[in-house]
Design a protein around this ligand. Sequence first.
Ligand SMILES: Nc1ncnc2c1ncn2[C@@H]1O[C@H](COP(=O)(O)OP(=O)(O)OP(=O)(O)O)[C@@H](O)[C@H]1O
Ligand SMILES: [Mg+2]
Length: 278
Amino acid sequence: MELLTITRQLMRRGKVFDFLIPEPVQDSALDTTHGPILYLEDISVSFDGFRALNKLNLYIDEGELRCIIGPNGAGKTTMMDLITGKTKPDTGSVFFGQNIDLLKLDEPAIAQAGICRKFQKPTVFEQLPVFNNLELAMRTDKRVWSTLFAKLSGEQNDFIDETLETIGLKELSHQEAGSLSHGQKQWLEIGMLLMQQPKVLLVDEPVAGMTHQETERTAELLLALEGKHSVVVVEHDMEFVRSIARKVTVLHEGSVLAEGSMNEVQNNARVIEVYLGS
Ligand SMILES: Nc1ncnc2c1ncn2[C@@H]1O[C@H](COP(=O)(O)OP(=O)(O)OP(=O)(O)O)[C@@H](O)[C@H]1O
Ligand SMILES: [Mg+2]
């Protein structure tokens, strides 16, 4: 593939010019000694007077796999926009660990600090093999020049192999990403995020459009990340949620309606009312 095409695609992923963005100013390293890695407190977000998030309190622990469910319009995507800095709240606070105030950081700085988001439409480099997609996504010196021409160290190679294993694409590592199925592209995209060694990974509706088998495989993939990353999954597919559920949070009208195990929230009278009523 032409260098120009790769450069253009890297630019779309925000990779070429991010060396111009200053490193976030942080007094100290991430502090999660109290357990949570994300603290959302008393958050309200309004759009033209409509409260998409309403005094929301949410805590995500380090290494936990959290599912967030709730009817359409509950504020799930807005919550992710808030964590990643795409949206700023009218009131409330958002902390990364006990010490990093995310409201003081912009989107690139939040990503740099280790909070990554998987968007629904995969943005893989279609003309490149799976392996090279992961290589380009690696968190090293991201200037396009060094990304394209630096030699991989043994350690970096091992990390790519490990990630290929995690996302189940080891056998396909030399295949062009463009030839992968919809589900495989989604896994590759997750792999590309993993190459950046995120502390928090946010995934919005990961199994939309997947076959039953791909959905099951995605459940395994996300379960395998537990303990290594904090993963927040928003999904409407309840069978899928049940298959990965640990702690489940139900959002409704911009606040937490219920929280607990899948059984607990499914038997919660208020949750039943909201789902049957909608
Ligand atoms: N940029 C925006 N401008 C105006 N209204 C918005 C904006 N973003 C979200 N909203 C509104 O805020 C509410 C919450 O939307 P959000 O997308 O967060 O819901 P959701 O829980 O992700 O829903 P879904 O399950 O359908 O994806 C909705 O009523 C939506 O119309
Ligand atoms: Mg949404």
